[in-house]
Design a protein around this ligand. Structure first.
Ligand code: HEM
Length: 213
């Protein structure tokens, strides 16, 4: 019971907050993507707050979130233990072997993601997504231990982005790239200091403008 609660608290809060942290980082470094995101907010929401009913139309927001978790999977390595001898490809693993499976490694494989370190949400159009094998992307793991919070996490991530990014744009304090630190989860190595800028809606243009505060 205690283990279940700890897993729930850690995975249910740490992983979503890291996914959003890396998303803010990437948006601050890719203003073109940020501009496309705001065009979607203006088109779909017109300045109001999003609701669950808006989720199917916030397609680009979902693509941005998916691409952020591809580049920086919060859970970057999973472990499994062989309960009996098993053949995987050319390898025979004895019972008791610990097997590491890494979303980070797969998510940066150029066979599935050309120019794998480039932030490109267009990789997540339905057609391009369908052309890739299932386990080329698994930020939520797989098999019977797969994350039980996945659909909640997509809902939470897209709604939080659409809510917060309409009002605020976080800007990086340093222009130096932030390295990830691979521990139990994938955190920014030295934190991620950002400055918040407020965005205001210009009624005459129907657009959202950034102002310094
Ligand atoms: C972006 C957000 C999230 C990511 C990237 C994530 C990722 C993962 C991963 C990789 C696993 C291990 C799967 C495996 O071993 O195959 C996992 C397990 C788990 N996750 Fe999530 N998770 C997220 C959000 C959540 C949320 C919001 C909740 C709860 C509300 C949650 C609850 C759990 C639980 C309880 C497990 C353990 C499942 C089991 O062992 O049977 N996760 N998660």
């Amino acid at each position: 019971m205690r283990d279940e609660v700890v897993t729930f608290l850690l995975t249910g809060s740490e992983a979503p907050s890291l996914a959003l942290t890396w998303t803010w980082y990437l948006l601050a470094r890719h203003r073109d993507v940020e501009a496309t995101l705001h065009a979607e907010f203006n088109h779909v929401l017109g300045g109001r707050l999003p609701t669950v009913e808006d989720l199917p139309r916030l397609e680009y927001t979902r693509m941005v979130f998916a691409e952020a978790m591809r580049l920086y999977p919060p859970v970057w390595v999973l472990t499994r233990q062989a309960i009996r001898p098993v053949d995987i490809g050319p390898y025979t693993l004895p019972a008791g072997s610990t097997i590491l499976v890494s979303p980070w490694v797969m998510h940066h494989d150029p066979r599935y993601y050309p120019d794998p370190f480039r932030f490109d949400p267009q990789r997540w159009t339905p057609e391009r997504q369908a052309a890739r094998p299932k386990f080329s992307y698994f930020p939520f793991g797989g098999g019977h231990q797969r994350c039980i919070g996945e659909s909640f996490a997509w809902t939470e991530g897209v709604l939080l982005l659409a809510t917060l990014a309409q009002g605020w744009q976080p800007r990086l304090v340093s222009s130096r790239p932030t390295k990830p630190r691979p521990r139990a989860t994938l955190r920014p190595a030295s934190g991620l200091p950002m400055r918040l800028e407020r965005r205001q809606r210009d009624q005459s243009l129907g657009q959202t403008l950034a102002v310094s505060t």
